[in-house]
Ligand binder design. Sequence first.
Ligand code: EPU
Length: 337
Amino acid sequence: MLIQENINLKTFNTFNVSAHARYFADIKTPEELLEALSFSQQGSLPFMIIGQGSNLLFKEDYLGLIIELNIKGIELINDDKEHYYIKAQCGENWHDFVQHCLQAGYYGLENLSLIPGTVGAAPVQNIGAYGVELSEFFHELEALEIASGKVIRYCKDDCQLSYRHSIFKGELKDKFVITNVTFKLLKKPKPNLSYPALRDALPNIETDNIDPQLISDTVCEIRRSKLPDPAELGNAGSFFWNPIVSEDDFFALQEKHPDIIAFSYMQQYKLAAAWLIDQAGWKGFREGDVGVHKEHALVLVNYGEATGAELYDLSRRIQLSVKKMFDIDLRPEVRII
Ligand code: EPU
């Protein structure tokens, strides 16, 4: 394993901002991961794991060790009457993995097509899109405990998966590295067209007869039409969470703002943060090289040479104006370093 020094992280984060890492390791095996962790422990250096850097904003240089996980592999490990159990290593690209499953006839992940990032990062924030969350098809994972170097298996209940959250963002934050994930996928497709934008894009087709590959292709089309491709325009998808408020708070807000967009969510309401930001006038905003995407107000963009500090500053301004207009606190979904 090679530890490199003073590496520019511009190509390792989808925001495309320049920031330097004091040390950087590209990890291809679990053994290399252990070596990298012991390098950081011996030097009392902080370390950070990145997959494809698709949910990160580097506000400044990183004075520790960045570990890029590139451990690969996908295997069918078991099946039962209705399911296939597929184990994927942490460094697999998420979208490629979804396509691999569809081609092999393992169904369920089609609505999650084109989400940037890796398999290992997916359970950390329980990725979700177009009416499906990873938790529905998650079986178990293996994670390396940093303090002991032991690999521990976590079943679904242990992971405490909820909206954009898991135990690995909560009490186990920074204590484990997820090394592989096993999914419980369907032998027979069960299309989910519950999300309005997806249903509207597939009119006149009976839900039960829809080919999962068509769902995947349609999700890709919708995403491409709304969300900028990080290869062309630096961004990290949704910058903020959709805020969840009580029913009472929602009805009070709705009285003042009758057009507010929200979805009921476990006896509460999930507000469309994009709508709040849009109403506050930020959609399409640009100042220098930072901006808010013209098609989607929840996506901050780097038009070229923006710094992480400038993007962070813009996010703070958006938070303040949404607070002033709606008395709602927006929380960043993106990890800010
Ligand atoms: N909207 C606006 N203005 C805009 C954009 C959207 O008013 O500029 C409205 C839309 O009309 C829609 C509502 O806001 O009624 C929600 O918009 P959208 O369907 O695009 O979804 P979202 O809530 O903004 C969430 C996820 C996305 C995921 C989509 C589709 C979060 C934080 N974001 O976005 O995830 O792709 O749903 O399921 O939950 C990501 O996490 O990076 C991400 C892109």
